[in-house]
Ligand binder design. Structure first.
Ligand code: GRF
Length: 207
């Protein structure tokens, strides 16, 4: 299997929410367990915690407002994000709670080097509030997945997964916070694998 070569990673992070995964990445860099650099954090949401964390921890960051309120990010804004990442010399992009669907320009520019973290064991429970879906389905185990981003939402090739138990009496909130603790271990681990050139190149789907 072809592997992506080892490379000094300059990470671009896209997020819309509280930014706990960004904090976990920065913690791992700070404690010396992850040898990468976060080059730029971008959010579509001016009030997002992820931008506050980036500011507090001295990471370059910007708010890029979408041109429309639709679930799919408009193409011009996606182009702008792509250009900002390129200018910041970003060579790996992570979607960490980015709530807009990408159209293509960013995915195409960073093919094989754009990943997402999702709060379920994909292919089970793609989409929103995946922890709630797992709980309502009566699962006893769920987890989190890091996967390559493709144009089909939450459906790209899987890189790594972490399992999380569901206990009787779990609420959506207690389960989500247990999944997030697993994400905070899994995502820095996968980024380390990228830096060491251990992540297989995603293969094009067979015709
Ligand atoms: C995570 O649970 C991730 O799986 C999902 O969005 C959430 C982002 O959380 N895609 P945070 O903003 O990193 O705290």
């Amino acid at each position: 299997m072809t592997k992506l070569p080892p490379q000094r990673i300059t990470l671009g992070v896209l997020g819309s929410g509280k930014g706990s995964n960004l904090a976990a990445i920065l913690d791992a860099i700070e404690d010396g367990s992850l040898d990468i650099k976060v080059g730029l954090v971008i959010s579509d949401n001016a009030g997002a915690g992820i931008l506050k964390i980036a500011c507090e921890r001295g990471v370059p960051n910007m708010h890029i407002p979408p041109a429309t309120s639709s679930a799919r990010l408009d193409e011009a804004t996606e182009e702008r994000i792509k250009n900002e990442f390129r200018q910041a010399k970003v060579n790996l992009v992570v979607l960490a709670g980015f709530m807009k669907i990408l159209q293509g320009p960013l995915i195409e520019a960073y093919e094989g080097r754009i990943i997402n973290i999702h709060p379920s064991l994909l292919p089970k429970y793609p989409g929103l509030e995946a922890w709630k879906q797992a709980l309502e389905a009566g699962e006893t185990v769920t987890g989190c997945t890091v996967h390559h981003v493709t144009k089909e939402v939450d459906a790209g090739p899987i890189i790594a997964q972490g399992e999380v138990d569901i206990f009787p009496g779990d609420t959506p909130e207690s389960l989500h916070s247990r999944i997030q603790r697993a994400e905070h271990i899994l995502l820095p681990m996968v980024l380390g694998s990228f830096a060491r050139g251990e992540v297989p190149k995603p293969q094009p789907a067979a015709a």
